[in-house]
Design a protein. Structure first.
Length: 147
């Protein structure tokens, strides 16, 4: 990415900790794919649950140029992606994955230009994630498998 920016003549705008986080996520992703037989189920443990993921997410949020059409593009892309995994097989599966598409598409509202929309979306996602985390903790503490 740095070489590409130098080639295009753009200014270097990455901090050292952002480069470290980027290399950790890329290296960890390749290590998981190579040493765990291509199974990406462990990415949530080794990548998404680290502070490195939050650093890259914050950098993306600061530099992302929001466009309202991105809601539609992301939602349509996710729906097509779910179809590759036979989400059309059962209505329950289709509705759950469509709800996940709405959730992931709604995250774009956190990057909106309007401070009111950005703050409102942040509060909604914070509360929603806290409730989901408490539910998963309850399921885990009752001895069930959290999936």
């Amino acid at each position: 990415m740095l070489i590409w920016n130098k080639f295009k003549g753009q200014e270097y705008d990455y901090e050292g900790f952002e480069i470290l986080a980027l290399f950790y996520l890329i290296g960890g992703g390749f290590a998981i794919l190579l040493f765990q037989g291509g199974n990406i189920m462990s990415m949530n443990r080794y990548l998404f649950a680290t502070a490195f993921f939050i650093v890259i997410f914050k950098h993306f949020a600061d530099w992302y140029k929001f466009k309202p059409a991105h809601f539609f593009y992301l939602f349509a892309s996710l729906e097509v992606f779910w179809l590759l995994f036979k989400s059309y097989d059962r209505l329950n599966t289709f509705l759950r994955l469509s709800l996940a598409s709405v959730y992931y598409t709604g995250i774009l509202a956190v990057f909106h230009r309007s401070v009111y929309v950005k703050n409102t979306a942040f509060v909604i996602f914070y509360v929603l994630n806290a409730i989901t985390q408490m539910y998963c903790l309850d399921v885990f503490m009752s001895g069930q498998w959290v999936s």
